[in-house]
Ligand binder design. Structure first.
Ligand code: FAD
Length: 454
């Protein structure tokens, strides 16, 4: 039921849901996966196509109502609460694959499992991350650190076209040939430049795939961490891996062997034949006795079994830091911050191995920095007073930057600058000034509009 005058006016322009607090469906449309941020805006619009996105953005611009965007709620920062308009894109979930051109087109609300399943019918895969439920657009605009990234780079490096509704209500097709500044900024600049209605990106061939995990008891974390970091220096780009220190709560959805204790989890994604993968992981398997070993050849469609990310909504803060290196001293620092006997309370402390194609510039330049980082360290913790203890403690090993996709929680809205080099941040702010001078899109890792050179 639409009651306020503003919502009435907007509902008159749209046939999709326009909801206010108390309406049926309002709670479902404001709810996100990460419950640490609670959107409670006066109006939510459940858009179904690009025309409806245009209407909703035009309404925001005309009435000076700032706009929040949500697909899945995996990466929220500032909440739209008391004021603002939330555009929920979850009803826009069409996927089309062109197997000859090896290109996918995904609408704004698409989740990764949908693209992976559609692409697999043609022996192809996108550069998706660990979770099947994360949104394609939010992930890609933040860079997109994929399971196959060491072989192919960031997901944003493979984007070929973006349809976006800008703050003036125009639907713009940004490509390497047109609206080139906007195309550069969208790929890395996250949700600051408009509402993306669809995105096109290249797919890669995955004829053989091998993955899974090795779980070690927490007491062996030091041995496992040192063995893994030395091992990463020797592996080819087809091998991607991460090491997570897990402190899972003692609750039933969590497998029993993980509950209420520290476990070191090595995650593996390998592109290529099984015998080559088995040869590469042999030294890891020999590090120490495992609790569980799930490494095996698998269809790429089972990628979610590698990290086993949660599939049910929870509240959490997420922080990250890009590391220049992970030598013996850096690893020892991490062990004292997050290893056995530390007072770390984070549920997950994860190191992802970077390098390979991630260290090379993309064919079409974009706003994703971090080509100089060797590892990405991220932490995920329950809401509490000091979410950045571990990443702050590792600052001396960092490049000085965070990975924005691994920042979540209300305090992170003001941390966007940490995600970029000074030159990239300055250019993003200048492009923001041209495309969104009033900072209509501000419920995000916000890049305020600023003049060139300021
Ligand atoms: C369990 C888990 C696993 C993850 N794994 C990885 C991983 O392997 N690699 C990686 O890089 N990241 C990963 N992430 C981080 C994830 O990529 C970010 O949280 C991302 O922002 C999620 O996008 P979303 O649309 O799903 O979330 P939402 O919370 O719905 O959106 C987050 C932000 O994205 C922007 N956005 C979303 N849709 C649009 C749109 N249509 N137009 C403009 N802006 C938009 C907005 O600024 C929005 O605030 C993971 C996160 C979780 C929780």
């Amino acid at each position: 039921m639409v009651t306020s005058a503003a919502a009435w006016r907007l509902a008159g322009r749209l046939s999709c849901p326009v909801l206010e607090p108390g309406d049926d469906g309002y709670a479902a449309d404001v709810a996100g996966f990460n419950q640490v941020v609670e959107h409670r805006p006066p109006i939510v619009v459940g858009v179904r196509d690009a025309v409806e996105v245009r209407e909703a953005v035009a309404f925001g611009a005309e009435t000076g109502t700032p706009i929040a965007i949500q697909a899945t709620g995996h990466g929220p920062s500032a909440a739209a609460a008391g004021a603002g308009l939330l555009i929920n894109t979850r009803r826009m979930a069409a996927v089309a694959i062109d197997p000859v051109a090896r290109v996918a087109r995904a609408e704004a609300g698409t989740q990764w499992h949908q693209v992976v399943e559609a692409a697999a019918e043609h022996g192809l895969a996108p550069l998706n991350g660990s979770s099947p439920l994360v949104g394609v657009v939010g992930y890609t605009l933040g860079g997109g650190l994929a399971l196959l990234s060491r072989a192919y780079g960031f997901a944003a490096d493979h984007v070929t076209a973006i349809d976006v509704v800008t703050a003036d209500g125009r639907l713009v097709n940004a490509t390497p040939e047109q609206h080139t500044d906007l195309f550069w900024a969208l790929r890395g600049g996250k949700g600051n430049f408009g509402v993306v209605t669809a995105i096109e990106f290249g797919l890669v061939p995955v004829p053989r795939f091998y993955g899974g995990g090795l779980f070690f008891p927490g007491e062996l974390t030091a041995e496992v961490l040192h063995a893994w970091r030395l091992w990463t220096a020797s592996v080819p780009e087809e091998m991607s891996s991460s090491l997570a220190l897990l402190r899972m709560p003692d609750i039933p959805p969590i497998p029993e062997f993980l509950r209420g204790r520290l476990v070191a989890h090595v995650r593996i994604a390998h592109l290529g034949p099984v015998d080559e993968a088995e040869r590469l992981v042999k030294p890891l398997r020999q590090t120490a006795p495992t609790m569980v070993d799930t490494l095996a050849e698998m269809p790429y469609t089972r990628f979610a079994d590698i990290h086993n990310d949660p599939t049910f909504p929870i509240p959490y803060n997420e922080r990250s830091i890009m590391l220049r290196e992970l030598d013996e001293k850096a690893a020892d620092d991490l062990l004292s911050l997050a290893g056995p006997g530390s007072d770390c309370t984070d549920i997950v402390v994860e190191l992802r191995h970077l390098g390979g194609a991630l260290s090379r510039p993309p064919a079409v330049p974009n706003a994703v920095d971090h080509r100089d980082a060797a590892f990405c360290l991220s932490t995920l913790g329950m809401p509490g007073p000091s979410p950045a203890l571990v990443v702050d403690g590792m600052a001396r090993w960092g490049t000085g930057r965070s990975y924005l996709n691994f920042l979540a929680g209300p305090e992170t809205a003001q941390l966007a600058e940490q995600g970029y080099s000074p030159a990239t941040y300055a250019r993003l702010g200048e492009i923001k000034r041209r495309y969104d001078p009033d900072n209509l899109f501000r419920f995000n890792h916000n890049i305020p509009p600023h003049a060139a050179g300021s």
